[in-house]
Design a protein around this ligand. Structure first.
Ligand code: ADP
Ligand code: MG
Length: 681
């Protein structure tokens, strides 16, 4: 006889033929172990309630005596209903089952029965869903509900899981280290499986879930920490021996003193550059916190070490802005700066490509054009992505796949709440600029209703009269680009009616060609017009210090993080700036978002609130965020467990304790996972 294993295919279970194997496979259940870990997504409360504690439309279990024989009647086409009357606490109620005529055998007059269903308080009746066995003291209080599929039914799943558990329970071992189970008063793996599927009491269910959550986070963190350790192995990276003298001299030429936070992050990054460890670092800092200069400094460091550096921005406007800034900064230094975007074509492009490959270019700034085929570096040492949430995880990896192992710095202006940073960027080190340059005047934000726009316009008029400029942001229409444009044009017309001819009004929208967008931005920067009507294309990075007012229509349609980014376009000069949100939110969530914007200009608080109100997708920028999916755990609700899991996983990986004999099941599990990933590639 061959020995049983949790990795046995589900086909070993009685009654599981090729059809069921396929149906289970579609639910990602291939082995006994998969089946045992296919947890219910909710439970039905089977505790019998008395009529006076039941509320209308509640799903409950009631127990009563069958008053008379059930009646099956037909209606419509092939439909039928079964009616049966039950006597419960002196009252007679009607229970109706639809299209389950065979249940009539379960109702013998005078017998006691329990039924689960939905209670209708007005009619004193129940729509029956299930007939239950009369409970004894050891019957479960809950029924587990699984997400089933067309090809496999709920009841089949329940039976299979039960069979698998009975046959394999002995083989279930703890994957979690015993030390952690003891330390955090968790339950054993076998208790997890039992308590998740067949809880007898709420207490058992809670204990199982608590452990399942921790385990899910912990295993995820182990995988991340091991990956990180491997990535950072010395032979994997480059050691950039930069010239500290030159770097200091360069810092002396800046027109301002670096903030403490800027100095700290420059040191963190430079330490990584010098070390042969491969750097994979996230630099986060609020809008206006001065990330660009940090990027410039560390790129210069890389250049003094004899390497090239690349800076990738999500839009052409931003790339060009960076390019101009860097050209100016390095004007008096021996640093060759170049720009490569999609609009640079033909001979110009060829020249840049050959200079880059020959090592004649030190710093290259660009868009996605930088990671396309045909772009080769002589000696790439540092790659930086600006506004990294705009890039997919894959785009960030392309550089590496080109055969380079440059140190990586990803910059983001959306401060990422810690819990998200741990999950989405767990394999990265994080540097944070948590202070703004001195002397900034905080932006004043106010929230008005749609019928108060006239007041806002006269306020903006006053700003314009002082020689300032203003942005007017049009509503976000996610469904269609043409609607977006129509809206923008309508707002544009309104603004012209309000401000022309004294002031010029411009329009910037997503359907313009890049050159045109750029031209408009440059013209606005040059104060050729004073009011810029724009869709969210102005969201990232563009710098016009003379713009001191921003009016945002239908502000409640935007996510908080996005509003914060938009607002960051003003408040960049010496004058006070004003952001006016126009919104008539329909629900509490919308009201809270507007109130948050008014209450704080701190990006960390904004993104924390955004996370609570709208979830990770909105903070990180949708699917490309690289946010893993969890089955039981929720990184937002269960963040404490997440943090604990991270600390413990780090400890096990750094000390190597995970490889000790007592943790063999953990090591085996991780090896198995690794195998699965490789098979996927
Ligand atoms: P962000 O972090 O949003 O990319 P930037 O790098 O664009 O911010 O910086 C915003 C503005 O602040 C720029 O005009 C920059 O020159 C200026 N700045 C950066 N660092 C300092 C500093 N330490 N002191 C004063 N101004 C600074
Ligand atoms: Mg920036």
């Amino acid at each position: 006889m061959t020995s049983k294993s949790l990795l046995d295919p589900v086909a070993v279970l009685p009654g599981v033929g090729p059809k069921k194997v396929q149906a289970l496979h579609e639910l990602k259940i291939n082995t006994i172990n998969d089946l045992l870990h296919y947890f219910p997504f909710r439970y039905e409360d089977l505790k019998v309630k008395s009529l006076d504690e039941v509320i209308d439309q509640e799903k409950v279990t009631l127990k009563g005596v069958v008053v008379g024989p059930p009646v099956v009647s037909r209606f419509g086409r092939g439909k039928n209903r079964l009616n049966v009357r039950l006597l419960i606490d002196q009252a007679v109620i009607m229970v109706t089952f639809f299209n389950q005529p065979w249940l009539k055998d379960k109702f013998e007059t005078g017998a006691e029965v329990a039924v689960y269903g939905k209670w209708d308080a007005k009619r004193k009746s129940m729509t029956g869903m299930k007939v239950l066995a009369i409970k004894n003291d050891t019957s479960p209080e809950f029924a587990s509900i699984y997400s089933a599929s067309k090809s496999i039914r709920q009841t089949t799943l329940v039976k299979l899981i039960r069979t698998a558990y009975d046959a394999y329970a002995d083989l279930i071992v703890n994957i979690l280290p015993q030390a952690l189970i003891d330390k955090y008063r968790l339950v054993t793996e076998r208790q997890v499986i039992h308590g998740m599927h067949f809880p007898k009491t709420q207490t058992e269910a809670n204990a199982a879930r608590r452990t399942a959550i921790f385990e899910e986070f912990f295993l995820f963190q182990m995988a991340i920490q091991l990956l990180k350790k491997r990535e950072q192995a010395p032979e994997q990276g480059l050691a950039l021996h930069y010239d500290n003298q030159k770097l200091r001299a360069f810092i002396q030429t800046l027109p301002f003193e670096l903030t403490k936070a800027q100095k700290r992050v420059v040191n963190e990054i430079c330490r990584d550059l010098k070390s042969p460890r491969h750097m994979n670092r996230l630099l986060q800092g609020d809008v206006g916190s001065g990330k660009t200069i940090v990027a410039a400094l560390v790129m210069y460091a890389a250049v003094t070490a004899g390497y090239q550096a690349a800076l990738m921005a999500p839009t052409e406007i931003l790339a060009e802005q960076h390019y101009k800034n860097l050209q100016r900064l390095f004007a008096d230094f021996d640093v060759q700066v170049a720009l490569l975007t999609g609009s640079i074509k033909g001979k110009a492009r060829q020249a840049i490509l050959s200079d880059l490959a020959a090592g004649k270019i030190d710093l290259i700034i660009g868009t996605h054009a930088l990671i396309q085929d045909g772009v080769d570096f002589a000696k790439l040492g540092l790659a930086i992505t600006d506004e990294q949430h705009r890039f997919g995880v894959n785009q960030r990896r392309v550089l590496r796949e080109k055969g380079y192992r440059p140190d990586i710095l990803a910059m983001t202006a959306t401060p990422i709440p810690r819990t998200l940073a741990i999950t989405a960027f767990g394999e990265m080190d994080v540097s944070t600029i948590d202070e703004l340059p001195a002397g900034r005047i905080p932006i004043k934000t106010s929230w008005i209703r749609g019928n108060q726009v006239a007041n806002a316009l006269s306020f903006i008029q006053k700003e314009l009269a002082k020689g300032r400029q203003a942005y007017v942001v049009t509503p976000l229409i996610e469904e269609s680009e043409s609607m977006d444009l129509k809206n923008a044009q309508a707002v544009f017309a309104k603004m012209q009616a309000a401000f022309a001819p004294t002031y010029q009004v411009g329009l910037l929208h997503g359907q313009l060609k890049n050159e045109d967008k750029d031209q408009i931005m440059q013209a606005f920067k040059a104060n050729e017009f004073q009011v810029l009507v724009a869709t969210t294309v102005i969201e990232v990075g563009v710098d016009v210090p003379n713009a001191t007012a921003m009016l945002i229509f239908d502000a409640d349609r935007f996510g908080l993080s996005q509003l914060h980014q938009l607002r960051g376009r003003i408040g960049r000069g010496q004058e006070a700036s004003f952001c006016i949100l126009v919104a008539d939110p329909k629900n509490q969530n919308g009201i809270e978002r507007m109130e948050t914007m008014v209450a704080t200009t701190d990006g960390f608080q904004v993104s924390q609130k955004d996370l609570e109100l709208r979830g990770p997708g909105d903070v990180l920028g949708e699917k490309q965020s690289g946010m893993p999916e969890f089955k039981v755990a929720d990184p937002v609700a269960d963040y404490r467990a997440l943090e604990t899991a991270q600390i413990e996983a780090q400890e096990l990986v750094t000390t190597g304790a995970w490889q000790q004999p007592e943790n063999r099941p953990l090591a085996n599990y991780l090896a198995q996972q690794e195998q699965n990933y490789q098979n996927l590639d």
